[in-house]
Ligand binder design. Structure first.
Ligand SMILES: [Fe+2]
Length: 251
């Protein structure tokens, strides 16, 4: 891992996580309920009180059955309600793009974020701009509100601000990962995140946590870093106010 740990500061509001792999046994995130609870403990210590859980759905890689996801989610929800009654969970999904996303979502509402029209959509790192544009346009024109997951990863669009401005004008929103922002993934990713944040293009930050060793949740650290660099107002907007609007169904 790169970078030094940023000391967490006290926040005058609680945080949301809108992108994480904490549901046990459904993707490459938490394997057991104990693994899930270790991640929940870390999120709680960071000041997170609302989480949209987003297991992967990716054709030929992560195709966990809908009922299996719901069962694992219910198990986690009960355990969290016992230990942290002031923490609220919702079910969402990180949907890897494919050519029939609209039909897929219509068949399986679980692919949406907390039952709203928001869709957290993931692309591959080298996907062409034209493909990304087409997929986003299709979602928007069918009434969905795409959120691009970890925008800092997509080499063909992450620094193309004409493209970014265009998709935002369609209603698309952009999410960055906390570990990339604070520099845990190296200086290049950090710089890309900085440019995106400086431009005002970013609406959300998620932990994208998978486990407590290689990809732990680091939202507290990220909030402290952002507060120092941009001020507490931006932290509140990206890590509390905008996520809260997802749950209310309108951004
Ligand atoms: Fe993810």
């Amino acid at each position: 891992m790169f970078g030094s740990k940023v000391k967490n500061i006290a926040l005058p509001f609680d945080l949301f996580d809108i992108h994480c792999h904490i549901v046990p046994g459904v993707d490459d995130g938490a394997e057991t309920l104990d693994d899930s609870m270790a991640l929940i403990d870390a999120e709680y210590r960071d000041g997170v009180r609302t989480i949209i859980l987003t297991p992967h759905f990716r054709m030929r890689m992560f195709e966990t059955r809908e009922q299996a996801v719901r069962d694992a989610y219910a198990l986690l929800r009960d355990a969290v309600a016992d230990k942290y009654p002031d923490m609220t969970l919702y079910l969402g999904c990180e949907l890897h793009e494919h050519g029939e996303m609209v039909e897929h979502i219509r068949r399986r509402e679980q692919l949406l974020m907390a039952g709203t029209d928001f869709v957290l959509v993931e692309f591959s790192g080298l996907d062409e701009k034209s493909l990304i544009k087409e997929r986003l346009y299709t979602l928007v024109s069918n009434g969905y509100s795409p959120i691009i997951a970890h925008m800092e990863r997509y080499e063909n669009v992450r620094s193309d601000f004409d493209f970014i401005e265009y998709v935002i004008s369609l209603g698309v929103r952009i999410q960055l990962n906390a570990d990339a922002i604070i520099g845990s993934l190296g200086g290049k990713q950090k710089k890309i995140c900085e440019r995106l944040l400086d431009s005002g293009a970013v609406s959300f930050i998620g932990s994208d946590c998978h486990d407590m060793t290689s990809r732990p949740p680091r939202l507290g650290e990220c909030a402290s870093y952002l507060a120092k660099r941009y001020g507490m107002g931006l932290v509140k907007e990206l890590m509390h106010d905008n996520p809260q609007k997802i749950i209310k169904g309108k951004l």
